[in-house]
Design a protein around this ligand. Structure first.
Ligand code: 7TS
Length: 418
C-alpha cells in the first residue's frame, strides 16, 4: 500500500464524512465528484442538523412563545452569528439571509441600485462575471440610464488593470466576482477596492466561489456588500446571505415586503423592522440557515487555512498531470500555475465537445461540468464554444485527479486523438 501524503490523508478522512461519496455509482464505480463549483456535497453533520431541526424543534421563528419556537429562533439567529464571525462582519445584523448569491445581488440592485443610480453614473463589472452578477446590473443600467462598463481580462483570464482609474471614473458601484467560476482567477481585491473607493464607488463582491474556499474578511478588505451561496460551502440549497455594511443596509428600503419585516402596520402605512429582518419578508428558510451554521462549524473545525492549502496542492498536482495530455490536444485555460488561482480548471480535449467528454467521464463515475458555466460573454470573449471544468473541494484527493487523467486518456483513445 502506498502511504498518502498528510494533506491527502486528511482529505481521505474528510471523504468518510460525506455519505454520497461512500455510495457506489449505479455502474458500481467510486463517485469522483469534481463539480463543487456548481454545488458542494454535504457532510453528515449538516444532514444531521437538518434532521434534528425537523424532528425535534420545528417551529416558526420570531413569534412563538413556546419552547420549541424559542429553540428554533435561537438556532436560526445563532447560525446568522456564525456566518457573521466566519466573514468577520462587525455584527450579525449585517448578515441578511437570502436564497442564494443570486438573490443577494438582486437585493442590492433593487434596494440600493434603484435609489442611487442616475443617468451618467456607471456600474463597473469585469469580463469574468457569472450571469448572476451581470444580468441584474444590465437591468439596473437600463432602468436608471446608468452605463455598464467592464474591466477586461487577458487571454488567460487575468484582470487587466491598465485603465482602471478611467474605467472607475464616474462609477457608483464596482460589482465583481472574487473568484471566477469558469477559470479560477482570483481578483486582486485590495487594489480594486482601493481604486473603487478612491473613485467614490461602493464595492459589491460576489463571494460565491471564494468564501467556501478561503478566509474572506469583509472588514479587512473593506467590502461594502458581499453575496454568498450556502450550497457551495457544504450547506443546504435554498440558503445564502448578503453581507452589507450596517449604515448602507439601514439606509436602504426593503426588497420584498410582508410579514416579519415590519415593526407596525396600519391599513395605509407601515413601519419597517430594523436590519437584518427588514430584508427578510415572510417565513424564513429556518432549517437551511441552521444547516449552513452546521456547515460553518465543520469548515472551522477543518480550518480554512487547511482548506486553501489542500486546494492549492491539488490544483498544482492536477495542472502537472494534465500536461501529460498535451500531446493529445488538451488545452488548459486560466491563470498559469496553481497560485494565485482557485481550485477550478477549465479545459478542452482536442475537438471533443465538452459535453461528450463529460458524458464519457460520467461512465467512470467522474462528475465534471461542461458548457458555458453561466459565463456566456466570457466564452465569447475567449472564443470558446464550451469548456469542460473540474473543480475541487475538501473531499477530493490525488486519487480523484488520477481517475480524471485516466478517464481523459480513455476519451482520447475513443476519439482517436493522436
Ligand atoms: N456567482 C458565481 C461566481 C457563481 O459561480 C455562481 C454559481 C453564482 C454566482 C450563482 O450562485 P447561485 O447559488 O445563486 O446560483 N456558479 C455555478 C457554477 O459554476 N456551476 O453551477 C453554478
Amino acid at each position: 500500500m502506498t502511504s498518502l501524503a498528510p494533506a491527502d490523508a486528511k482529505a481521505s478522512r474528510v471523504q468518510l464524512d460525506f455519505p454520497i461519496l461512500r455510495k457506489p455509482t449505479s455502474r458500481g464505480r467510486r463517485l469522483v465528484y469534481l463539480d463543487s463549483a456548481a454545488t458542494s456535497q454535504k457532510p453528515q453533520a449538516v444532514i444531521d442538523a437538518l434532521v434534528r431541526y425537523y424532528s425535534e424543534y420545528n417551529a416558526n421563528i420570531h413569534r412563538g412563545v413556546y419552547e420549541i419556537a424559542e429553540l428554533a429562533t435561537e438556532a436560526f439567529e445563532e447560525a446568522r452569528a456564525k456566518v457573521a464571525r466566519f466573514v468577520n462582519a462587525a455584527h450579525p445584523a449585517e448578515i441578511v439571509w437570502t436564497r442564494n448569491a443570486t438573490e443577494a445581488i438582486n437585493l442590492v440592485s433593487h434596494s440600493w441600485g434603484l435609489e442611487h443610480l442616475h443617468p451618467g453614473d456607471a456600474i463597473v463589472a469585469t469580463q469574468l462575471e457569472h450571469h448572476s452578477n451581470l444580468v441584474p446590473w444590465q437591468l439596473l443600467a437600463k432602468r436608471t440610464g446608468a452605463e455598464l462598463r467592464f474591466i477586461p481580462v487577458d487571454e488567460r483570464g487575468v484582470h487587466v488593470l491598465d485603465n482602471l482609474d478611467r474605467l472607475l471614473d464616474g462609477a457608483k458601484l464596482l460589482a465583481l466576482s472574487h473568484v471566477s467560476n469558469t477559470l479560477g482567477t482570483i481578483a486582486p481585491l485590495e487594489r480594486l477596492v482601493d481604486a473603487a473607493h478612491r473613485a467614490g464607488a461602493l464595492v459589491l463582491v460576489d463571494g460565491a466561489q471564494s468564501v467556501p474556499h478561503f478566509s474572506v474578511d469583509v472588514r479587512a478588505l473593506d467590502l461594502d456588500f458581499m453575496a454568498v451561496s450556502g450550497h457551495k460551502m457544504l450547506g443546504p440549497t435554498g440558503i445564502g446571505f448578503l453581507y452589507g455594511k450596517r449604515t448602507l443596509l439601514e439606509a436602504m428600503p426593503p426588497f420584498l415586503t410582508g410579514g416579519d419585516m415590519i415593526r407596525s402596520v396600519a391599513y395605509t402605512q407601515t413601519d419597517f423592522n430594523q436590519i437584518p429582518w427588514k430584508f427578510e419578508a415572510g417565513t424564513s428558510n429556518v432549517a437551511d440557515a441552521i444547516g449552513l451554521g452546521a456547515a460553518i462549524d465543520y469548515l472551522n473545525e477543518l480550518g480554512m487555512d487547511w482548506v486553501r492549502a489542500h486546494e492549492v496542492r491539488l490544483t498544482a498536482y492536477a495542472l502537472e498531470r494534465l500536461v501529460e495530455l498535451a500531446e493529445r490536444g488538451l488545452a488548459v485555460y486560466g491563470p498559469p500555475g496553481a497560485e494565485p488561482r482557485a481550485g477550478v480548471i477549465s479545459f478542452n480535449l482536442g475537438d471533443i465537445h465538452a459535453h461528450d467528454l463529460a458524458s464519457i467521464l460520467d461512465t467512470d463515475g467522474i462528475c465534471i461540468r461542461a458548457g458555458h458555466h453561466c459565463t456566456m460573454p466570457l466564452m465569447e470573449r475567449m472564443g470558446w464554444p464550451a469548456t469542460a471544468r473540474a473543480s475541487f473541494y475538501i473531499y477530493n484527493t490525488e486519487a480523484d485527479v488520477d481517475a480524471l487523467i485516466e478517464s481523459l486518456q480513455k476519451a482520447a483513445k475513443i476519439f482517436k486523438l493522436a
